[in-house]
Design a protein around this ligand. Structure first.
Ligand SMILES: Cc1ncc(COP(=O)(O)O)c(C=O)c1O
Length: 407
């Protein structure tokens, strides 16, 4: 066998892809599956933007189909810088922005640029499952720092301090609004972490994929707290809702963005042209863009509330922190599952097979949440979200009944 790189062995199929495959099988068998597993937006971009994309495809000439500058169109980088400022974020020079082929490529290129061989990266436990395999892929090591439901999933700076070491730690990854818990990083935790980053001279990776989907509270712009050490990862997959068109961006200090740009260029050469042109139209029409975001927030808030209400009613022993932003809630079912000797992975399998509900086990987001499920409220209607929660409660009741049954 010819030699091959061990790097590939650090990567696994995304857990949501695995659940999708199972779900697709059930759907082929004619089963109705309630999708509480993916962060797939439930609505497409606004109609005016879809019309603009269609017009561009029809009339845009070769420009719409050709290669683009590898860091994205200059005008788009300008518009992103303006947008971040107008959303309340930092003032950016467009040269601090590189456009990427989605948030995943943004994460890949950012981590490739900042994680040295053997460097340690602090990940909050739980955190978005995309980070751990990438850290290992680039030869880094993961240091998990648990966050607790009873502390609203806010990182405890003292626990983070215990995990960092000068010269060994290269970065701390912070997702806000969070996937999977929906918590917004508090200003005090953000300040404390920015101080740690400065004291130990390390990177803060701010994943702001959900920054415009905030239901309560205020998004903290980490970059504004330490412009020398924050690299921010972003995507247009969630707002305006075009994950299949693969567009995102990174912003940060200009010198590291230059390196991220080169890595991204070597991976995809340039971000997709039609997606860039469409997002240029989106960001140019400020009022309509902001109106759409307002509408999106209302749309997802109704779904979040349906999930919270139904869970409070049907699952009184569960612990569920109220998501302040994003598309997910993290449902801790320890008080149901531990006595049954069933973990979340088994529960997720049973949920799909017996109840036709797709959810992601907490074990995929770290090391210390064996009894949690991540539930998405982005895809289904409020009625189906309620039905999904009711089915979870029914399955737990059945499992408790089966455990008590003699023999
Ligand atoms: C927190 C977070 N970061 C990054 C990404 C990746 O973004 P994209 O879907 O644009 O690749 C996601 C996607 O769900 C996410 O939830």
């Amino acid at each position: 066998m010819p030699p091959y790189s061990g790097r590939a062995s650090t990567l696994r199929e995304s857990p949501t892809r695995r659940i999708d495959a199972l779900r697709e099988r059930l759907e082929r068998e004619g089963r109705d599956v309630i999708l509480l597993s993916t962060g797939q937006p439930g609505v497409p971009p606004p109609e005016w933007l879809r019309e603009e994309a269609a017009r561009l495809a029809r009339e845009g000439g070769m420009g719409v189909y050709g290669y683009t500058p590898s860091g994205g169109y200059w005008r788009l980088r300008e518009l992103i810088a303006l947008d971040v400022g107008e959303l309340g974020g930092p003032e950016l020079d467009p040269r601090q922005v590189v456009v990427t082929a989605g948030g995943q490529a943004a994460m890949y290129a950012a981590l490739a640029a900042i994680v040295p061989e053997g460097g340690e990266v602090v990940l909050l436990d739980p955190t978005y499952f995309g980070y751990e395999p990438l850290v290992r892929h680039f030869g880094g090591r993961v240091r998990w720092v648990p966050v607790r439901a009873e502390e609203g999933y806010q990182p405890d700076p003292d626990r983070v301090l215990e995990a960092v070491e000068r010269g060994r730690t290269s970065a701390i990854v912070l997702v806000t609004p969070d996937n999977p818990t929906g918590r917004l990083l508090s200003r005090s935790a953000a300040r404390a972490l920015a101080e740690i980053a400065e004291d130990y001279d390390l990177w803060l990776v701010a994943d702001e994929a959900y920054k415009t989907l905030v239901y309560e509270g205020e998004h903290v712009w980490l970059y504004s707290l330490d412009p020398e050490r924050v690299v921010s990862v972003n995507t247009f997959s969630k707002d305006p809702g075009m994950p299949g068109w693969r567009l995102g961006y990174v912003y940060g200090p200009r010198w590291i963005v230059g390196k991220i740009h080169l890595i991204h260029e070597s991976l995809v050469y340039c971000p997709p042209s039609i997606a860039q042109r469409t997002i240029m139209a989106y960001l140019s029409r400020r009022e309509e863009r902001l109106r759409h975001v307002e509408w999106l927030r209302g749309h997802y808030r109704v779904r979040r509330d349906a999930l919270l209400e139904e869970a409070a009613r049907r699952l009184p022993r569960a612990r569920l922190a109220r998501p302040q932003g994003g598309m997910f809630a993290f449902l801790d079912l320890r008080r149901y599952l531990e006595p049954l000797g069933v973990d979340a992975e088994r529960l997720a399998e049973l949920l799909l097979e017996r109840e036709g509900v797709a959810a992601v086990p907490g074990t995929y987001f770290g090391t210390s949440h064996p009894y949690a499920l991540r539930l998405s409220f982005s895809t289904e209607t409020p009625e189906r979200i309620r039905e999904g929660v009711a089915r979870i409660a029914r399955l737990l009741g059945d499992l408790e009944g089966e455990a008590k049954a003699p023999g």
